[in-house]
Design a protein around this ligand. Structure first.
Ligand SMILES: *[C@@H]1O[C@H](CO)[C@@H](O)[C@H](O)[C@H]1NC(C)=O
Ligand SMILES: *[C@@H]1O[C@H](CO)[C@@H](O)[C@H](O)[C@H]1NC(C)=O
Length: 467
């Protein structure tokens, strides 16, 4: 009996050894033309069993859980990736490869490989697939108006912040204090008057694109979104009492898949800006992601699952691919994130905001909507520059800010409770005549704005009633 079992196991091992990695055809074409490429290597072994082992353990606090989970996965993947990394290290010097080991997803990102390297990698039975990395384009700025140096001292509220009734939450003494919000974006101008007071500092910045050690933003997009969550100068931030951390997953025009995965790891277990001395306790409680691309594209799913495991709330813009139905983008269309559509000052769906049904199981998407048309926030061109911009990129930060306000009052709220409070506090929107997925717009949730447009004050009340 034992022999038989052993024979079956051995047969299994032999079979596995013979199954070569799947190599992306597009990648082979690129390499055969003599070009180099950036690749993502996915190992066969799943980190699921390792995570399951620690799932049932009791931890003293969130910091300890973050630490133990990361340590367990890092040692699992170090072992799983050992042989492949050894091969890559032989090429590292001569080919100036940039190697990233990913412990959440058991992947390795390598920038600058040639045909020879990929052919060698193709011999490793422990690799499941080798793909060329893809890029997510950043939408060119929509409705951009820049004021390079704003001098007036007016204390007016910005329409989005005001419409969702954030100031009414502030007047109860809650501006998001004690919460750290992460953004994955084009960077942040951290000397900006709106942002210099609440940068988390050490463990608050990582730049996988070029490795610059202090925050910067050549684009403006990331400065705008970050200040829209926590900005302190012009009432542009929804939760100005919170601190911010940021990872530069996007360069000027696009976001690299490898850099976005790096940023997912940074958020789950921050390091110093040079990538050393990980300190998972510094992880933010909410991460705002104003980027999206493709549909039902599950490449970021495991990162999000890990966020859930360690208590990080993921918020994503749903995309600017409307007005046609069925245009919700990934990862906003995943069932494990809060996907956010955009509304106008008239409380109507912004016409190009992506709408559902989601390509994944025809689920309702977006989950909620938030102000996203002509939103005023900080800009990257000077420390007193501001700009108005439109898109679901601007709606997502409003939601992340409300999440920060909710968590500041109830630090132990879990994802389902936060999502429930956001949805329960949302209000109806004005009609635009849509009925995607045959759900009329007066019915909630619908595929246009989900449960409706967010309202911070209502959501705070919903949380109090729930907890
Ligand atoms: C990273 O920065 C820290 C603090 O400045 C320093 O002690 C450490 O040596 C640096 N590590 C690397 C790999 O550069
Ligand atoms: C959305 O509305 C604006 C302003 O009315 C218009 O310029 C734009 O073309 C519309 N976009 C789409 C995708 O319908």
């Amino acid at each position: 009996m034992i022999k038989l079992v052993l024979a079956i196991i051995l047969a299994g091992l032999v079979r596995e050894a013979l199954v070569a990695p799947t190599i992306d055809l597009q990648l082979m074409n690129t390499l055969r033309q003599g070009h180099t490429a950036n690749i993502l290597i996915t190992l066969k072994e799943s980190s699921g069993p390792t995570l399951n082992q620690i799932k049932d353990l009791k931890f003293q606090n969130r910091g300890q859980k973050l630490y133990e989970a990361a340590e367990a996965l890092k040692s699992f993947t170090a072992n799983s990736q050992k042989n492949v990394l050894q091969l890559l290290s032989q090429y590292q010097q001569t080919n100036s490869l940039k190697i990233n080991t990913f412990w959440i997803t058991n992947q390795i990102g390598v920038k600058g490989v040639d045909l020879q390297i990929v052919q060698d990698l193709g011999k490793f039975a422990e690799i499941s697939k080798i793909e060329e990395e893809f890029f997510i384009a950043i939408d060119s700025p929509i409705d951009l108006t820049v004021i390079d140096n704003l001098q007036d001292n007016e204390e007016e509220f910005q329409w989005g912040v005001e419409q969702i009734q954030a100031p009414q939450v502030w007047s109860s003494g809650n501006k998001g204090e004690g919460i750290i919000v992460g953004t994955v974006d084009t960077g942040v101008r951290y000397t900006h008057e709106a942002l210099r007071g609440n940068f988390a500092g050490e463990y608050g910045w990582f730049d996988p694109t070029v490795g610059i050690l202090t925050p910067y933003d050549p684009n403006g997009h990331g400065t705008h979104t970050t200040a829209n969550i926590v900005g302190r100068a012009r009432n542009e931030g929804v939760a100005p009492g919170a601190q911010w951390t940021s990872c530069k997953g996007c360069s000027m025009q696009q976001c690299s898949q490898i850099d976005l995965i790096s940023c997912g790891h940074f958020m789950a277990c921050p390091t110093l800006a040079n990538g050393s001395y990980a300190n998972c306790e510094k992880a933010p409680q909410v991460v705002s992601n104003s980027w999206s691309g493709n549909q039902a594209y599950l490449w970021y799913y495991d990162i999000i699952e890990y966020y859930h495991f360690v208590g990080i709330i993921p918020v994503f813009s749903i995309g600017n691919s409307g007005p046609a139905c069925g245009t919700a983008n990934s990862p906003g269309d995943y069932d494990n994130v809060i996907g956010v559509g955009a509304t106008t000052i008239d409380n109507k769906l912004l016409n190009f905001s992506s709408v559902g049904p989601a390509a994944i199981a025809s689920k309702i998407k977006p989950d909620v909507a938030a102000p996203g048309a002509k939103i005023f926030s900080a800009w990257h061109t000077s420390d007193s520059a501001y700009a108005t911009l439109s898109g679901t990129s601007m709606a997502c930060p409003h939601v992340a800010g409300v999440v920060a306000l909710l968590l500041a009052e109830h630090p132990n709220m879990n994802y389902n409770q936060v999502k429930g409070a956001l949805q329960g506090g949302s209000v109806p929107t004005a009609g635009t005549g849509k009925d995607c997925g045959k759900i009329p717009e007066g019915t909630y949730p619908n595929h246009h704005v989900g449960y409706g447009r967010i309202n911070a004050l209502n959501s705070i009340r919903a949380a109090r009633a729930m907890l």
